[in-house]
Design a protein around this ligand. Structure first.
Ligand SMILES: NC(=O)c1ccc[n+]([C@@H]2O[C@H](COP(=O)([O-])OP(=O)(O)OC[C@H]3O[C@@H](n4cnc5c(N)ncnc54)[C@H](O)[C@@H]3O)[C@@H](O)[C@H]2O)c1
Length: 272
């Protein structure tokens, strides 16, 4: 049983809260948000993916903090789960790691690669375990995909295209490119991570994108150059028209029909 403290009860904090509530091996002992109205765990958040738990009741015996430093100092908290806006990840990850806690950090790990490497260095030097919440690696459908690629069940991969496009989620954090990093950082990072997980570090990448909403890149296509996988591309963006919703298409060509009910999967793995 791990005692968990969540910092940040916005969209992702409330999502994590709901997921911990389903686990027999984790117990929420503390929550923190600078906005006291969110400490009930029932803040009105819109999660745009079906099947994701949307919050959970926070019982009276859970400690409630408005200052993250107080949650990190709580001796009852073993794992600090950081669901804060991206620019705050570095400060609180380092602080929790140096306090000897295990740390879960929402993606992207940092606002810049320099910040991300600073967190990695802090984790290497710490006694606790640190883990970024690169959730796609564990989603039904994606874990299957990783296995069939590894096992070469359908032969070598010739081509893969990953697509993650949506209308803009709105809200102050996702509208401020300096904070969220645009879709390039906030969305595309999922597919950049999954491609590297499946195929290793590319020799090179080539990207083109444009800015429309945040002042940063809001829609992007990247081509990955590998010696052994001829065509790998990913598209990520939140510049679609309002009402478009979130599109991460299902396994249209999956011969095993392992289609996750929420249609979360790769767009095409063309050689299947
Ligand atoms: N894994 C995923 O697929 C996924 C999906 C969405 C968002 N995210 C990431 O999760 C992180 C949070 O995103 P979100 O959508 O939940 O944001 P959000 O704005 O909905 O929530 C952030 C919360 O942090 C609180 N907060 C801000 N500063 C604070 C401070 N100093 N101390 C305590 N509380 C503070 C805010 O009051 C708010 O409740 C971001 O890094 C985002 O990129 C990950």
């Amino acid at each position: 049983m791990v005692n968990v403290g969540i910092i940040g009860l916005g969209m992702m904090g409330v999502t994590h809260l709901g997921i911990y509530a389903t686990r027999p091996d984790a117990r929420i002992v503390a929550v923190c948000d600078k906005d006291p109205a969110r400490l009930s765990g029932k803040s009105a958040v819109s999660v745009n993916i079906e099947g994701i738990p949307k919050g959970s009741t926070i019982s009276n015996d859970v400690k409630k903090y408005e200052d993250a430093a107080d949650l990190i100092a709580d001796p009852n908290v073993q794992l600090v789960d950081i669901c804060l806006p991206t620019p705050l990840h570095l400060k609180f990850a380092k602080s929790a790691l140096s306090a000897g806690k295990h740390v879960m950090i929402e993606k992207p790990l940092g606002r810049t690669s320099a910040e991300a490497f600073e967190i990695v260095d802090a984790a290497d030097a710490a006694s606790g375990i640190a883990m970024p919440a690169m959730c796609m690696r564990f989603w039904p459908g994606w874990d299957w995909l990783k296995q069939v690629i590894n096992q070469r069940k359908y032969g070598a991969v010739l081509s893969a295209h990953l697509r993650r496009v949506t209308s803009h989620p709105g809200g102050s954090f996702y509208s401020d490119g300096k904070a969220c990093g645009g879709a390039l950082l906030d969305l595309h990072v999922h597919d950049a991570d999954f491609i590297q997980y499946c195929f290793g570090m590319p020799k090179a990448v080539f990207s083109r994108g444009y800015s429309k909403i945040t002042g940063q890149i809001d829609h992007i296509i990247t081509q990955y150059i590998f010696d052994d996988v001829p065509m790998v591309t990913a598209e990520g963006g939140w510049a679609m028209a309002n009402g478009f919703g979130l599109e991460i298409p299902a396994y249209k060509y999956c011969p095993e029909s392992r289609i996750y009910e929420s249609s979360i999967a790769l767009d095409r793995l063309l050689n299947l």
